[in-house]
Design a binder for this molecule. Structure first.
Ligand SMILES: NC(=O)c1ccc[n+]([C@@H]2O[C@H](COP(=O)([O-])OP(=O)(O)OC[C@H]3O[C@@H](n4cnc5c(N)ncnc54)[C@H](OP(=O)(O)O)[C@@H]3O)[C@@H](O)[C@H]2O)c1
Length: 352
């Protein structure tokens, strides 16, 4: 089981909305084959481990998480297990996904496969975030901002204000999360792609969400033109059918959310919607007006604050100083505060 968890760990945070699972197939205490959930979530570990094995007696299967029993993008793993005549299945954690939740084990048991639980003493909280999400469908919320030393997030004629180390970290972070969220001003001003641009991790680009109540989104932006390749959603409140049809034609998914009495979209409702679409975590990448509303409602779990070492004299944007101060006050647990120097940039990670 320890080996199964080590296998699962290889693709941890790289399997999209699916959990990373490790699987070993053994006979007479010898390992015949193994598998791990593929990058992006497919194929499943059990499917990979069993695919090239001949049907045989006395096969033992060790899996870090209960096998799935539903047809999604992948065939149910319970089917592969039965097809290869597995005799005993050892698992460690139950899968809290309502489509699984013990049904996989029950089905295998009904098909005369011996089921045994091996307590997860190896990586105790390995599936904690995944299984928490499966209970309430509320994503874990990350935020990230880059500012000058005196807290401005925009410098004229400079699309990016941090160095290559900070940028690389941002792209790694993007590869590890399922969804990115921005406000419409950031979209219209920066024309961002919001993908992961590290060789080998490009396929792990997260889905993109834009909050745009009045459908002010610029047409033909990089984001719109790339929506065929990367799932892109827009939260809107205005029923401008022309624009909605334009967006749909560009493969964008418009999601209607009404404004509340403060003329805002409810940030919790935004997160619940993202969660119900299956995204376990979301990175809010700005700008100020978007981030501030989530901070005020205490909805951010982890905040990545990058700073360069420039002091700019002209006020060019909102100052993030008040947000930095607020984070210092709200995220008081000093054990969880991390600060790293990235050459002439600093990254402070605030954790709830
Ligand atoms: N350095 C960095 O890391 C970084 C990152 C991102 C952005 N930026 C900079 O930040 C600037 C843009 O920031 P910003 O504060 O002006 O705008 P923003 O946060 O990008 O977008 C704000 C707009 O989004 C809509 N919005 C966001 N949350 C909403 C909610 N809960 N309910 C309803 N509407 C909501 C509103 O649109 P309506 O006005 O239509 O109501 C709001 O005015 C740009 O200059 C960009 O370059 C810097």
């Amino acid at each position: 089981m320890n080996l199964a968890f080590n296998l699962a760990n290889i693709h941890n945070n790289m399997t999209g909305t699916n959990p990373s699972v490790g699987c070993l197939v053994c006979k007479n205490d010898k390992i015949l084959s193994y598998g791990v959930t593929g990058v992006g979530g497919s194929p499943h570990a059990e499917y990979s481990a069993l695919l090239n094995l001949k049907k045989s007696n006395n096969l033992d299967c060790y899996v870090s998480l209960e096998p799935c029993h539903h047809q999604g993008k992948n065939p149910p793993c319970t089917k592969s297990i039965i097809n290869k005549n597995v005799k005993s299945l050892y698992y460690s954690d139950i899968d809290n996904d309502p489509r699984v939740q013990g049904k996989g084990l029950e089905f295998l048991q009904n098909n005369k496969i011996k089921i045994s639980k091996i307590s997860n003493v190896y990586k105790k909280n390995f599936y904690a975030i995944y299984n928490d999400f499966s209970k309430n469908f509320f994503p874990k919320v990350y935020a990230k901002i880059a500012t000058t030393k005196n807290y401005y997030s925009f410098v004229k004629n400079r699309p990016q204000i941090t160095n290559s180390y900070s940028k690389k970290l941002t792209h790694i972070l993007r590869s590890e999360i399922n969804a990115i969220l921005i406000g419409v001003n950031t979209h219209n001003k920066d024309n961002p792609l919001l993908n992961c641009r590290i060789n080998g991790l490009n396929l792990l680009s997260p889905a993109r969400f834009i909050i745009d109540p009045n459908l002010r989104i610029n047409r033909n932006s990089k984001l719109i033109m790339s929506a065929k390749k990367i799932k892109t959603y827009i939260f809107y409140s205005d029923k401008n059918n022309n624009k909605i049809n334009y967006l749909k034609n560009k493969n964008i998914y418009p999601i209607y959310l009404p404004l509340n009495k403060n003329k805002h979209m409810d940030c919790k409702e935004i997160l619940v919607t993202i969660g119900l679409l299956g995204y376990k975590n979301v990175l809010i990448e700005g700008g100020y007006n978007t981030i501030k509303r989530f901070i005020d409602l205490n909805l951010i779990d982890i905040f990545y604050f990058f700073k360069n070492n420039e002091v700019i004299s002209k006020k060019t944007s909102h100052s993030f100083k008040n947000i930095y101060m607020l984070l210092e006050k709200k995220f008081k647990n000093k054990n969880k505060l991390q600060q790293v120097n990235l050459k002439d940039n600093t990254l402070t990670v605030f954790q709830k």
